[in-house]
Write a protein that binds this ligand. Structure first.
Ligand code: AMP
Length: 546
């Protein structure tokens, strides 16, 4: 029997429809930005939409053509949002560049993407001047500021954003095209090798936005005021700038000011109800709250991801500040959302402590992301919460290959993407990362997961931040070493910390030694740079080596 074709309109899912919708139905809702000079800027969705259309015309007048990559080096702001929508809307690709990368990586990424234009914040002019002689294809740089804010620069083909869009019409007829057209590009912050580009489509972005908005994930809705802390140059701020216009939620951009004081001030003043950020940002916020005795105003719920949310952080936010935590996991290659820690109905009737145990996990599977764990031979492992193996994912917002085919074929023959994470899956669908595959500590043929050990250490009041790495042991191959940044004023000793593990983890998992450091090295996206730590401590002699 031939399949019967449905009689439903074949409308492509396009990014332009998101901002168009919000302007039409939620035109009065605000988009608030703390600018680089710390002023507060306000604009409505409807005014922003007009400016986005002007920018679309301006881009065309500069010579931008469908398929061109347009780079941004910018903080979270209303202008950055306009660039997101204008570029993709006309069929170009918005390539967000992480300014925290090293110079060589920035040059590599911009040249690899073949960015034709760069939209930059004025604070990055010097950086771009420095990069400019090595940038092969960039035809012009647009500084995202007003005329009076322009700096003197040696750059050629420089434009002021406000001057550029000023003369253009505020109506643009967005073209319709295949929803599988590329819309944005993010490079992964690989700790080794060159970064690789993940090329999202209009379709994947719109589907992911629906997912981010759904109630069992971040549940972004019209009454929300969303503080977009995750940088727009890191996996598209976890998709929130695309999701919020779907419901006309108020959006608040903190610009470059990500310290505890600035963020708490925005939370208080802008009636923030929901937000998302990596643990280091929440740590800064919690330290500021502790120091000042302030509270978190109307904030109802937050997503924590990027690295494991320390259980003590989850508990403090929930119990002391009344903020519900959603532990989330994902990766640039997944747009990035993969799991969210919203508890299932049956889990809600569990005793509090058991609920906290579940919140330590990275969350449960969401519709749109298939997951499985496999052993090193690719054989599927049981979903029993005990077996752990390589986590594989599949779904309509997950990368199929990297831009320009870097790294070649990445999917297995059945279309599964290897995340590089090692995890357990339980019968209820909750997933728990034990480690990045390359960070797993191999001790006497068995695996020790560093995340669980870090979670325990973080519970100690003398620990501000920590990481567990494997170091050489002649008998066991590797044994765990706990590297700690002490809480200011703390005099905690290695012995006290090691004793703290007793009864909390299997005895043979307990680290062999503790070292104190003034700070930990981080990747540009806030993860502890374990490759660097392993190098630094490669010669460390453990006290257990006789
Ligand atoms: P990125 O592509 O830079 O966002 O990094 C993705 C990687 O970050 C994942 O593959 C994980 O290793 C790690 N990651 C993200 N979220 C979490 C989390 N909640 N817990 C532990 N690791 C995480």
């Amino acid at each position: 029997m031939p399949l019967l074709k449905a009689l439903i309109q074949d409308q492509p899912l396009l990014i332009s429809s998101l901002i168009q919708y919000s302007a039409q139905y939620h035109g009065e809702r605000e988009i608030v930005t703390r600018t680089i000079d710390k002023n507060i800027h306000r604009i409505t969705y409807s005014a922003l939409y007009k400016r986005t259309q002007r920018l679309a015309h301006a881009l065309e007048s500069l010579g931008a053509e469908p398929g061109d990559r347009i780079g941004t080096i910018a903080w979270n702001s209303f202008r950055h949002l306009e660039v997101y929508y204008a570029t993709s809307g006309i069929g170009c690709i918005c390539h967000t560049v992480n300014p925290r990368l090293f110079t060589e990586q920035l040059i590599y990424i911009i040249n690899h993407a073949e960015d034709k234009f760069l939209f930059i914040d004025s604070s990055f002019i010097e950086l771009v001047e420095q990069l400019s002689p090595s940038l092969k294809g960039v035809k012009g740089v647009i500084v995202m500021c007003a005329k009076e804010e322009m700096f003197e620069t040696t750059l050629d083909n420089i434009h002021c954003y406000e001057t550029l869009i000023a003369g253009h019409e505020d109506h643009y007829a967005w073209p319709s095209f295949d929803e599988n057209t590329a819309s944005s590009l993010c490079y992964t912050s690989g700790t080794t090798g060159n970064p690789k580009g993940v090329l999202y489509s209009h379709r994947s972005t719109v589907l992911h936005s629906w997912c981010v908005s759904s109630v069992d994930t971040l549940g972004i809705c019209n009454k929300d005021s969303l503080l977009v802390i995750v940088p727009m140059f890191h996996a598209n701020a976890w998709g929130t700038p695309y999701a919020a216009p779907m419901s006309g939620a108020k959006m608040v951009f903190p610009g470059p000011h990500l310290d505890g004081e600035s963020l708490v001030e925005l939370i208080e003043n802008e009636d923030i109800t929901v937000s998302a950020a990596v643990p280091t940002v929440w740590l800064g916020i919690l330290q500021y709250l502790k120091k000042t005795g302030k509270k978190l105003g109307t904030l109802e719920r937050v997503a924590i991801g990027g690295t494991a949310a320390p259980p003590i952080m989850v508990r403090t936010l929930q119990e002391e500040y009344g903020v519900q935590v959603c532990h989330a996991w994902g990766m640039t290659e997944m747009s990035p959302l993969g799991t969210t820690g919203v508890l299932k109905k049956d889990s809600l009737s569990l005793p509090k402590e058991e609920q906290y145990k579940l919140q330590e996990k990275q969350g449960r599977g969401i519709y749109g992301v298939e997951m499985k764990i496999v052993d090193d031979n690719g054989l599927e492992l049981p979903r029993d919460g005990v077996a752990f193996g390589n986590l594989m994912v599949r779904g309509p917002w997950i990368a199929s290959r990297y831009f320009k085919d870097e790294g070649g074929e990445v999917l297995d023959p059945d279309g599964w993407f290897p995340t590089g994470d090692v995890a357990t899956l339980d019968s209820e669908g909750y997933m728990q990362i034990t480690d990045r595959a390359k960070d797993v500590i191999k001790s006497g043929g068995e695996w020790i997961g560093s995340i669980e050990l870090e979670n325990v250490a973080m519970e100690h009041e003398g620990v501000a931040e920590c990481a567990v790495i494997g170091v050489f042991h002649p008998k066991w191959d590797e044994r765990p070493l706990l590297v700690v940044v002490r809480e200011s004023g703390s005099t905690v000793t290695p012995e006290e910390l090691l004793k703290f593990f007793v009864g909390k983890v299997a005895k043979w998992w307990t680290p062999d030694d503790v070292v104190f450091v003034p700070e930990l090295p981080h990747t540009p996206t806030g993860k502890v740079l374990k490759t660097k730590l392993r190098k630094e401590f490669s010669g460390h002699v453990l006290p257990t080596v006789s």
